[in-house]
Ligand binder design. Structure first.
Ligand SMILES: Nc1ncnc2c1ncn2[C@@H]1O[C@H](COP(=O)(O)OP(=O)(O)OP(=O)(O)O)[C@@H](O)[C@H]1O
Ligand SMILES: [Mg+2]
Length: 266
């Protein structure tokens, strides 16, 4: 059983109800609904182009859905004004699919950005938080490096440090493992699990990387372009075992371990 399941409260921190996404005539999905509970690692899976990133942008209030509602911590994100949105943003961290870091800024400056934007902390305090966050992702001492000087895995970790800057209750990751080799992905998985155990943040991850879904997610939803919505929802291991729908079985049976590996490097 997934380790976070017992710990995860039943209380929903994020509610998505009847959300429809459309670009012009292109309807990606219709009346999608699900709830994410406090403390769980929840993943949105599905093939490329099914609308995972679009759904994530709707959840964090970057994009308005054609219809439907999203509540985060009881606040209506889809109906929020600028001031409310600012408050919502200060309580969440996001690791975007592309362009996670600003190349013209050092790692330290990148991680400091949300602190400068959302807090009144004096500069020495910001420096202290920046150093702590970089140390948390095993990048201690690299404050003055530029993103281009780092490997892909280190860049993802720096992006994670920036997403964690404000100690958010909810973290969103869009394809955190894309472009990483299996070893680097596994290291990032361990780090994400460790952060969840230490901080207890709710994590919402978009991914089509099957091994990481099985290793990390307590629950997943499987989005499907043809179905214009959610094909299946639940514990990915149970879904894989019990899949009756051919599309669900095909997606989950591509190439994955049956059991979650032991936590390493703790
Ligand atoms: N701003 C936009 N305007 C018009 N069409 C868009 C826009 N953003 C996304 N789309 C289209 O919506 C569809 C879903 O895109 P989205 O990025 O949400 O998919 P995804 O599931 O995240 O894919 P991937 O796994 O490749 O990241 C794609 O066909 C894309 O071309
Ligand atoms: Mg995407």
């Amino acid at each position: 059983m997934a380790e976070g399941k017992e710990n995860a409260g039943r209380e929903p921190v994020l509610i998505v109800k009847d959300v429809t996404a459309r670009f012009g005539d292109n309807v990606l999905f219709e009346k999608v609904g699900f709830q994410v509970r406090r403390g769980e690692i929840f993943a949105i899976a599905g093939e490329s182009g099914c609308g995972k990133s679009t759904l994530l942008k709707i959840m964090i209030g970057l994009l308005k859905p054609a219809s439907g509602t999203v509540w985060m911590e009881g606040v209506n994100v889809t109906g929020a004004g600028e001031e409310q949105m600012r408050r919502i943003r200060s309580g969440m961290g996001v690791l975007f699919q592309s362009g996670a870091l600003f190349g013209s800024m050092t790692l330290g400056e990148n991680v400091a950005l949300p602190l400068r934007e959302y807090t009144d902390l004096p500069a020495p305090w910001i420096d202290r938080v920046v150093r702590a966050k970089l140390a948390m992702v095993n990048l201690g001492g690299l404050e003055d490096r530029y993103p281009a000087e780092l490997s892909g895995g280190m860049q993802k970790r720096a992006g994670l440090a920036r997403a964690m800057a404000l100690d958010p209750g909810i973290l969103f990751f869009d394809e955190p493992f894309s472009g990483l080799d299996p070893v680097t992905s596994a290291e990032l998985e361990v780090l994400i699990r460790r952060i969840r155990s230490a901080v207890g943040s709710t994590m919402i991850m978009v991914s089509h990387d099957l091994p990481s879904l099985f290793n990390l997610a307590d629950r997943i939803i499987l989005l499907d372009r043809g179905a214009r919505g959610i094909l299946a929802e639940g514990d990915p291991r149970e879904m894989k075992r019990d899949a009756v729908d051919g599309r669900v079985a095909r997606f989950l049976h591509r190439a994955v371990p049956d059991e979650k590996p032991e936590e390493v490097g703790k």
